[in-house]
Ligand binder design. Structure first.
Ligand code: CMP
Length: 139
């Protein structure tokens, strides 16, 4: 089925002017960008977005990294979008990421790993709602 997922192009990638290169890999993987905006996340937004990780030892660093520069938040649409996006992103740790994936091509570290993608349809809906109003999404 055609579904939606949520993506973030992270500060390490925007800093290196890789917004277009990352988006091209998403599009080449069969995903369509149906909403996109470049934002500077606030600390409160980053803490809220990553609330599920708040007990993790890396939480503070992760929040600081995510507010260290602009990000591009996107809604992606396609056949089986969550899985399609996770496949093209590659493993969280770039050392484990397969050839041809975004993280293999661009990620600097497990933290500065260039992209975020939703891990389930349910979380995709929650994450899309966190950043977008329905009228900002144009399929
Ligand atoms: P993301 O898919 O955005 O979800 C949580 C993020 O936490 C993850 O990508 C990484 O950027 C970061 N992360 C995960 N594991 C670690 C770790 N061990 N150390 C630092 N950051 C991590």
């Amino acid at each position: 089925a055609v579904t939606r997922t949520f993506s973030i192009i992270k500060p390490d990638a925007t800093r290196r002017n890789l917004t277009g290169a990352v988006t091209k890999m998403l599009e080449d993987a069969g995903l369509r960008v149906v909403a996109s905006k470049r934002i500077q996340m606030t600390k409160e937004q980053a803490e809220g977005f990553y609330a599920v990780h708040k007990e993790r030892p890396f939480f503070g660093e992760l929040v600081d990294f995510m507010i260290s520069g602009p990000v591009v938040v996107q809604v992606l649409e396609g056949e089986d979008a969550v899985k399609r996006n996770r496949d093209v992103m590659g493993a969280t740790n770039p050392a484990d990421a397969a050839d041809g994936t975004i993280r293999k091509a661009f990620a600097e570290s497990i933290e500065a790993n260039s992209v975020h993608g939703s891990d389930s349809d349910e979380n995709a809906r929650i994450e899309i709602d966190f950043f977008f109003d329905e009228d900002e999404i144009v399929g």
